[in-house]
Write a protein that binds this ligand. Structure first.
Ligand SMILES: Cc1cc2nc3c(=O)[nH]c(=O)nc-3n(C[C@H](O)[C@H](O)[C@H](O)COP(=O)(O)O)c2cc1C
Length: 377
């Protein structure tokens, strides 16, 4: 075990380890949000505005922090969000993430944008798959069939990227979208020789692009360049051709929640894409109660964005979320220590959540409700 990661006592410390290990452009790629990063910071601040009431006299000697999300059992109400950057953080990329999630009894939502194929990740754990849908119906059908054939249990359709958010850190660092490293960006990465050597070993030979840039994503460039706005009809089409549970990721407006449920979504992920799309969008946590009431029990509602503490998870559940997704926290772990780093982050979150449950008087996840929240003036 990488000793520094093993000693990290919270997610913030793992973040600091990642920051020290990564070249600035790569850390910025993970850390950054859109424009003034108001939404990105807002996701974190929204949790800090809440206060939790400790309870005495509760029988919490033995606790069950497990749950079930759309039929899948988890050790705690935590999922790993799809993130397209693992390849630039560690050689084992999504495989390390999937292995860590599995070892931790949690679920990894493997993304369309990835350094590994769906088949490779499904061989570790065919949990859920996140789709950037294409307008090209035959291609979409082919993808849905492939994902079903390899055994992914649920499909998550991301609907908040009709165009890319304006991520100014990446522009300043000369990282272009679809993600590729210009010669200038590569030079800037040379400040971290260990990272650079590993990155080149892991990516360069098979991945040099015809235009001379180095892309860690190879053919994913094609997928990214064909991003387009998902319509309600597209969602209905996907529903017709996907048998398993269907979730929609990137909902903040109650009318969109209604549309998604009408078109057959079983799960709604309240998310602003970690503040990477529309800056000044509301914090995910602030949007959560409205979406929970719009869903009205017809779909499970998950919260995504800004979760860094077990108390954050408890707060989200108290406001009606079935579970939360984390993105950057496990990417920090991956950068700091590969699979073990991801496992350390997940262990921290699970342990903190369990402790928060005990201190607020809940013996099981099912008991968590709004009674533990105290309004703050
Ligand atoms: C580096 C990075 C890449 C991401 N790539 C994707 C992606 O390919 N598909 C997607 O639906 N969301 C993507 N996201 C958003 C995450 O799934 C998630 O919504 C976000 O990270 C949650 O916020 P948090 O980082 O504060 O936990 C990405 C986020 C980051 C940080």
């Amino acid at each position: 075990m990488n000793m520094s990661v093993a000693r990290a006592v919270n997610v913030d410390e793992v973040r600091e380890l990642a920051r020290r290990r990564l070249p600035r452009p790569v850390f910025d790629l993970v850390e950054g949000g859109a424009e003034d990063e108001i939404t990105m910071r807002g996701n974190l601040d929204a949790f800090r505005r809440h206060r939790l009431l400790p309870r005495a006299f509760a029988d919490v000697a033995s606790r069950d922090s497990g749950t079930t999300v759309l039929g899948t059992k988890l050790r705690a109400p935590i999922l790993l969000a799809p993130t397209g950057a693992a390849r630039v953080l560690h050689r084992d990329a999504e495989l390390a993430v999937a292995r860590a999630a599995r070892a931790s009894g949690l679920g990894y939502v493997h993304g369309t944008v990835s350094g590994h194929t769906p088949e490779q990740v499904a061989a570790v754990d065919p949990f859920w798959f996140q789709l950037y849908a294409s307008g090209d119906r035959p291609r979409l059908l082919e993808t849905l069939k492939r994902i079903a054939d390899v055994g992914f249990r649920a499909l998550v359709v991301t609907v908040d990227v009709p165009v890319f958010g304006n991520r100014e850190r990446d522009r300043r660092n000369r990282l272009t979208i679809p993600l590729s490293f210009s010669p200038v960006a590569i030079l800037r990465c040379a400040t971290r020789p260990r990272w650079t050597a590993e990155f080149i070993r892991g990516n360069l030979p098979q991945r040099a692009q015809p235009d001379g840039r180095v892309s860690p994503f190879g053919t994913q460039r094609q997928i990214l360049s064909s991003l387009y706005p998902v319509t309600a009809d597209d969602l209905a089409f996907i529903r017709d051709h996907w048998q398993g549970p269907l979730l929609v990721k990137g909902i903040l407006h109650p009318a969109d929640c209604e549309t998604a449920i009408e078109r057959g979504a079983n799960g709604i992920i309240v998310s602003n894409h970690g503040g990477r799309q529309l800056d000044r969008a509301p914090a995910a946590l602030d949007a959560l109660p409205v979406i929970v009431s719009a869903a009205a029990g017809r779909a499970e509602v998950l919260l995504d964005g800004g979760v860094r503490r077990g108390t954050d998870i408890l707060t989200a559940l108290a406001l009606g979320a079935r579970a939360v997704l984390v993105g950057r926290p496990y990417l920090y772990g991956l950068a700091a220590g590969g699979q073990e780093g991801v496992e350390r982050v997940l262990e921290i979150l699970v342990t903190e959540f369990d402790r928060a449950m005990a201190l607020t008087g809940f013996a099981s996840t099912e008991q968590i409700d709004g009674t533990c929240l105290m309004p703050v003036q």
